[in-house]
Write a protein that binds this ligand. Structure first.
Ligand code: HPA
Length: 271
């Protein structure tokens, strides 16, 4: 086990030899769930071996472990983004740690722009597949022990978990769309021509995260559920210019709905 995974294992509240039931990564403006955990134990990124120093990471990232709906949940609050200049190995390090700890399910959330004109701000989208337009893949280089050289991505987003998410949304009266998430490196937002291109390629949402983590999670055999919050129409699909504040505001506005959906899904996971 890596030094980082051993540190987390030793400081988690469920040290009685059990693995987390779920590993979750929370996107921009969606960090509220980390505060909802019971018996939470929090470890700042800066204390985890191999993670960049806080000054480099530039935000208050932390790993939080605790209980949600009776399930053992490990949450990564804050991400390392490709656009911050982090090597891919750093971007995906938390997923590898969660895999080492034995988490069977990976819930990934993000804020994204809508490439599908039907998906306005506030839309929740269950990710059914992705387009990797980042120009990078986290598995390039030497094969990491426990990961295949050529992992299959035919079913990157677990069909059963997607069904569960839709059933839960229906029960709760929450609208949940299906769509394809296109990942770009950023940090500039797209041009209108790029958003049109992504739409023609089959993308419904565009964002700057998630795909590296999902690729590694699949290489480790974790089952993945991804949910995007559409925070703004993609460039060119509205008259408004894009702005990060708007993304964070939309995250805040959707937080209660997002939390109800995630709680509902987590409650239905096998414990
Ligand atoms: N493009 C890329 N990433 C994003 C967007 C967008 O429009 N909105 C939120 N994250």
């Amino acid at each position: 086990m890596s030094e980082a995974a051993a540190l987390l294992r030793d400081r988690l509240p469920w040290v009685d030899g059990k693995a987390p039931d779920l590993f979750a990564v929370l996107g921009s403006g969606l960090g509220f769930l980390a505060d909802a955990l019971e018996d939470a134990v929090s470890i700042p990124f800066a204390e985890i071996p191999g993670f960049p120093a806080a000054a480099v990471a530039g935000h208050q990232g932390r790993m939080v472990a605790g209980l949600l709906e009776g399930r053992r949940v490990l949450i990564q609050a804050g991400r390392f983004h490709v656009y911050e200049g982090h090597p891919m190995a750093v971007v995906v390090a938390p997923v590898r740690i969660a895999a080492e700890l034995g988490a069977p399910v990976f819930l990934v959330t993000n804020a994204a722009g809508g490439a599908n004109p039907r998906f306005g701000p506030g839309t929740l989208m269950c990710i059914e597949d992705h387009l990797n337009l980042m120009g990078q893949n986290p598995l390039v280089g030497a094969v990491v022990p426990g990961e295949p050289r050529f992992p299959d991505l035919s079913v990157a987003y677990d069909a059963e978990l997607r069904k569960l998410a839709h059933a839960t949304a229906l029960e709760l009266g929450i609208r949940l769309e299906n769509g394809v998430y296109a990942a770009v490196s950023g940090p500039s937002y797209e041009t209108p021509a790029e958003v049109r291109m992504i739409g023609r390629l089959g993308g419904d949402a565009v964002g700057m995260s998630t795909v590296p983590e999902v690729i590694v999670a699949r290489a480790r055999g974790m089952r993945v559920l991804g949910i995007s919050l559409i925070t703004n129409p993609g460039a060119g699909l509205s008259r408004d210019l894009l702005d990060h504040e708007e993304v964070l505001e939309a995250g805040k506005a959707a937080a209660p709905r997002f939390e109800r959906l995630v709680r509902g899904v987590v409650a239905k996971l096998e414990g």
